[in-house]
Ligand binder design. Structure first.
Ligand code: FAD
Length: 401
């Protein structure tokens, strides 16, 4: 009987195993993860769960019984140390397992601050796992000074939670503006105003020189010479794809584990999905760090492991929750040359439409699910409405389809 081993019991790994059973794969499935919990969703770790508004059980992607009920041997707390692609085995601390096909769903790991600038001091946190949140949550008490390093989505979401809980929040972003890597100045302006309105001190174009403290962080010195008193720090400066195992096994890397259009790595028996995988997209290669990608790619790979021969066609979308604002993003904005603003019909609602020439690439919609939905359908259908019509709130969005 064929044995499929999946490394990484996260969003992609659990989706892949569930899909294999859904497709009536009758062989053995082993899902190996190095965290102690069954697979869970990460987005609430910087949103409702961090805020204390979500129960642990609701984080789990599937009930614990799901795995045994579906003949999926789930091994939690088990780190895979190496892969031998010739012998077709994986080795954990205590054991070597044979596979017929292997899937790498090893996710990504947060970048940390170097030890030399205080990255290893107590009170310096990242947000990736339940254990990270467990270590950080007791620090979230009213009146404390938190420094957030990095103005990307995770840093901003953590800032929103901290501000809501009555902490004094300073966020430093080395680039000229928050969200610079991922969004247009219009979106940065929107979120800067939102955070400033909630009392968050946002410093842009300012880096962290170093953290101060003996064993525990007590302060920070910024690149402009400012010194801050700090009770704890949250670092949100991006992630690195989990490709160490693949590298050691001799698989080809390219900004993560390189796969072909069907999700196969440079070894025909090994596949990769989720944050760790880079794959062909239009005329380039991309790696996406999002839940929808982890699920869709893993499900496509499950089909291909069963012989479907199907290309993975990514339909990128993403969301972020900050205060009472839900941001929904459709498409990828890379290469845009102009942004059209469309006012929404409620307070705090609007959308920004990214174009290159007359081609619609992406939409950022703030508290405007309709703009998001219609934008997503237009982008996926390869349709580009007239920018002047998009900008005109008296034009019904539906008429653009
Ligand atoms: P993961 O879910 O990270 O799973 C990978 C698993 O593999 C991990 O448990 C890891 O420990 C394990 N592993 C790695 N190496 C080994 C090994 N050698 N042996 C055993 N196990 C191993 N996405 C959105 O779309 N919207 C959001 O709002 C959003 N918010 C987020 C907020 C936070 C705080 C974080 C951290 C992420 C957020 N994301 C969001 C991103 C999303 O959670 C990830 O893209 C998604 O989890 C990727 O799934 P994955 O299976 O590739 O990786």
């Amino acid at each position: 009987m064929a044995h499929i081993v999946v490394i990484g019991a996260g969003q992609a790994g659990s989706s892949l195993c569930a899909k294999l059973r859904n497709l009536s794969f009758e062989g053995e499935i082993t899902l190996i993860g190095n965290e102690p919990s069954p697979p869970y969703q990460r987005p609430p770790l910087s949103k409702a769960y961090l805020l204390g508004e979500m129960e642990l059980e609701r984080l789990y992607l599937r009930p614990e019984s799901f795995y045994a009920d579906n003949g999926i041997a789930l091994r939690t707390g088990t780190h895979v140390q190496s892969i031998d692609p010739v012998a077709k085995t994986v080795t954990t601390e205590g054991e070597t397992l044979s596979y017929d096909m292997l899937a790498l769903c090893t996710g990504s790991t947060p970048r940390r601050l170097p030890d030399a600038i205080g990255g290893a001091l107590d009170g310096v946190h990242v947000v990736r796992t339940l254990a990270d949140v467990g270590a950080m949550a007791p620090e979230f008490t009213e009146g404390k000074n938190v420094l957030i390093v990095g103005g990307g989505y995770i840093g901003l979401e953590a800032a929103a939670v901290a501000a809501k809980k009555g902490l004094k929040v300073t966020l430093v972003e080395m680039a000229d503006r928050i969200l610079q890597r991922v969004a247009a100045p219009e979106t940065s302006d929107y979120f800067r105003a939102l955070h400033t309105g909630h009392g968050v001190n946002i410093l842009e174009g300012v880096g962290l020189d170093r953290l101060i403290g003996d064993t525990r962080v007590t302060g920070a010195k910024l690149s402009d010479g400012t010194e801050l008193m700090v009770d704890f720090v949250i670092v949100g400066v991006g992630v690195a794809p989990g490709s160490e195992l693949a590298k050691a096994a001799g698989l080809t890397l390219d900004n993560g584990i390189k796969t072909d259009a069907q999700g196969r790595t440079s070894d025909p028996n090994i596949w990769a999905a989720g944050d760790c995988a880079s794959f062909p997209y239009r005329d380039t290669r991309i790696r996406l760090e999002s839940v929808p990608n982890a699920i869709d790619q893993a499900e496509c790979i499950a089909e291909n492991m069963m012989g479907a021969g199907k290309d993975y066609v990514a339909k990128p979308w993403f969301w972020s929750d900050q205060y009472d604002v839900k941001l929904q993003i459709a498409g990828l904005n890379a290469g845009y040359d102009r942004v059209i603003t469309r006012p929404g019909d409620k307070e705090n609602s609007s959308s920004f439409w990214y174009y290159t020439g007359n081609t619609l690439l992406a939409v950022d919609a703030m508290n405007d699910p309709r703009a998001y939905m219609i934008g997503k359908r237009l982008i996926e259908g390869g349709k580009s409405p007239d920018p002047a019509a998009v900008a005109d709130p008296s034009v019904d969005l539906k008429s653009l389809m």
